[in-house]
Design a protein around this ligand. Sequence first.
Ligand code: G4P
Length: 523
Amino acid sequence: MTASPVVTEAARRRTFAIISHPDAGKTTLTEKLLLYAGVIDVAGSVRARRGRRDSTSDWMELERQRGISISSTVLRFEHHGMVFNLLDTPGHEDFSEDTFRVLAATDAAVMVIDAAKGVESRTRTLYDVARRRALPVVTFVNKCDRPGLDAIEVLDHVEAELGVAATPLTWPVGIFGDLRGVVDRRTGCYHRYRRTPGGATVAGEEVLDPVAAAALEGEAWSRAIEEVALLDATGLHHDEERYRAGQATPTLFGSALDNFGVGMLLDSLATLVPSPGPPPTVDGPHRSLDAPFTGLVFKVQANMDPAHRDHVAFVRVCTGRFERGMTLRRSSNGRQVTTKYAHTVFGNERETLDVGYPGDVVGIVSPGGVRIGETLYDGPAVELPPIPAFRPGLFAHVRAHDVSRHKQLRSGLEQLAAEGVVQLFRAGPQGPLTVAGAVGSLQFEVATYRLLHEYGAGATFEPLGVRHAREVTPSSAERLAALRGVRVLIRADGAHMAVFDTDYSLQLVQREHPELLADHRIS
Ligand code: G4P
């Protein structure tokens, strides 16, 4: 029996994201992947991006500077018969919920670490997010052109910091700062690197057998071979099962700036990133890839084009075939969504997307009130598991600067809540939605900025001084609200949260009324 076209197309999709600490080289590597995939011919102007690590995408600047069109959400390119979808993760510091949602739409993550710095704070947070999503992670040790740690030290560092075994696929020949090339552990061959001016074009790469390599590199080669033998002896070799289970991260070494190792990374991703599989559904078995269309909304963004009040829902195709113009339905209320205007990015041109398969990302323009985490489907109703929301730990009263802009403020807040920038709460059962909840304080800054610039609604987010927050059932909430030092907030969707002003007020309830705090998670 031959596979259906949808299954065949899904099998050649590779959908992934890059995670890294700022400055480790994510943007440079992205650009070099495009260079190696043949999407661009000349690379090299990822500059002047300092000071703008906010909610906007790093790629937008890349797009502006290079004159190539890169959607802030997904880059799609073909290489050796595979279709790669590279999803952007936000570059800003503490809004990991954003990243969590993006990672809900990918099948693997590439973790970039700086050879001199090893695992940094943000790498750790992002790695944890990837693990929560049970994503396999591939590691690229970048900046090996500069003096750094020892390659062995990098492996130890990854294991110590992240609790995952780094299993090298390649091994450096020469030390960091004088990297000559790498041994490909799968073949034993030596890939010798040649610099090109500024790393602007694809680097010349010679592949030599071990005998030729030994003759050429002498001491550096024997040292590399000894170290590889040590890796073999300690069991640090690629194991597909351990990788898929998140116990090991296949590791490659290189320099995005000099293009070292970029081609091998791209080729490795073709085999390491799993192709999309049949997704689970909320109330039933996994849905087969060639079932009618389902897609997961993982990002909603308004006002991407300041000239038009547009509104785009980014949808990962999970099953079936997407065809522009098809009418879909929303899992939350069965309402229709039209897809006349759908786009994605093919290499260097933003094109209208006519057809999409599992693993692809479709941007649907003006999708009505579609929310993050919703399923869009064709045919009988079906729901994919929603993306869980993080529990907010920060709460603030939203105060309008000018009451006459009240309406604008309200619609701005509703939009930001639909995009998942903040969550909205009321302070009492009948009250207005005037309390915002967030995981990181940057979310309030982003919201303040956008309310002012996109809705002309100046507002201040005044912290509520909450020390602890717990999800509770509505009946517990009623009793908790009567206690001192406890307030109850009700989220727009009806979920209840008890918030405590002090450690003491929480401890008191834990001691006197533990039943009111019985584990109850909202999502
Ligand atoms: P990010 O997106 O992860 O934040 O990092 P980005 O690619 O912007 O790179 C951050 C800095 O690190 C840039 O330098 C970039 O050139 C440099 N870089 C990236 N990859 C490598 C590498 O493999 N080797 C070396 N030596 N440097 C690398 P910058 O100082 O911001 O600007 P400039 O060097 O472009 O002037």
